[in-house]
Design a protein around this ligand. Structure first.
Ligand code: PMV
Length: 348
């Protein structure tokens, strides 16, 4: 059998952040989080299975246009773990030849590990089981929730990239009871996300290390106590399509996560003066009534500006005029991951 499938998975931007784990191996988060799935920032991964090559060492991974290599130890460990899970649903044999591509630069505050591990989970599962659609996987008992929980083991935030729209990741009572689901569809309220690429260099401290450090911050306990209420507030703002209410809450949330980082030991800073200057300009522009947009940040220096889609191109022009040479990616609320037969025909 030689089976080739292509999975595509979007990135997502957290509105309520996942920062801190109760169990690092199981990726059991310290708190529930809520994200918006993106549409254009995505990973497309083609997986070809060759069941004549059975040894796990023979998995290969290539970034499109580059030579195939042995995947990293983290990816190999994940694939071995996933293969054992998939085997409960059918024989999952053979080495994987993986080709992957992002529509955006990685390691710069756009969650490439989220879309990357979501696409890899879906592609590898489809290839091993000979299934080439989500409907076929579902018929075999592999639901979106199960796929999300599998992707979570690769990178926590990847679980939210299986689903579309606004996605809630509940930590559950135990690590086995985590639930990931769409709470509002993309068409319920489509928003734009302008991703301002202030600095594209790879981050100095991985989010895995950051999650561990979070608990050394004296602000972590009060944060965890207050978060359920903030999450409810954000969900209510989405439900009532109230951008100002949503915007105020997500800015507070992003600042708080970065305060946790700064008060962790060792102290961790993911952004410097250029980001501060940009955020000051954003606040002043909003106060002057130039436009309506609110920021959030991941573990990186590049702000995501959440605004109405009809305002996005005007805001983008203002950013480009004020900060010449700073690329801006325009994105929208989007659908979840998908799977199809064959190789990647269209190159993205
Ligand atoms: O999935 P990880 O381990 O890369 O953690 C992601 C953490 C943040 O992007 C900063 C927040 C989030 O909820 O996505």
């Amino acid at each position: 059998m030689l089976k080739t499938v292509t999975a595509t998975a979007p990135s997502n931007i957290a509105l309520i952040k996942y920062w801190g784990k109760s169990d690092a191996t199981l990726n059991w988060p310290a708190n529930d989080s809520l994200s918006m799935t993106l549409s254009r920032a995505r990973t497309t991964t083609t997986v070809c299975i060759n069941d004549h090559a059975v040894a796990q060492e023979q998995h290969s991974l290539a970034f499109r246009g580059h030579e195939a290599r042995r995947p990293t130890e983290k990816t190999l460990r994940f694939l071995e773990w996933l293969r054992r899970e998939v085997e409960a649903f059918g024989p999952a044999k053979g080495a994987l030849a993986i080709t992957t591509q992002n529509t955006f630069p990685s390691s710069c505050g756009i969650a490439s590990s989220a879309s990357g591990f979501a696409a890899l989970t879906l592609g590898a599962t489809g290839a091993w089981l000979g299934k080439d659609s989500l409907a076929d996987l579902e018929a075999a008992g592999i639901t979106n929730d199960l796929l999300s929980n599998w992707a979570r083991r690769g990178s926590g935030s990847a679980c939210r990239s299986i689903c579309g729209g606004y996605v809630l990741w509940e930590r559950g009572e135990t690590p086995d009871h985590q639930a990931i689901k769409t709470v509002f569809t993309p068409s319920y309220w489509q928003l734009a996300d302008l991703i301002v690429l202030i600095d594209q260099s790879p981050k100095q401290v991985s989010s895995s290390d950051g999650h561990v450090r979070a608990f050394t911050s004296p602000m972590m306990r009060p944060r965890l106590d207050a978060l359920p209420q903030r999450l409810q507030h954000v969900a209510a703002a989405i439900e009532s399509r109230d951008l100002e209410k949503l915007g105020d809450a997500i800015e507070q949330e992003a600042i708080e996560m970065h305060e946790i980082m700064k008060t962790s030991s060792p102290r961790t800073e993911y952004f410097g003066a250029p980001t501060v200057e940009f955020l000051d300009w954003l606040r002043q522009s909003r106060q002057r009534g130039d436009f309506q947009a609110w920021f959030t940040l991941d573990a990186g220096p590049n702000p995501h500006l959440i605004c109405l889609p009809e305002d996005a191109s005007l805001i983008r022009k203002k950013i480009e005029a004020t900060f010449p040479g700073t690329p801006v990616m325009e994105d929208l609320t989007g659908d979840g991951a998908s799977l199809q037969a064959g190789g990647n025909q269209n190159g993205h």
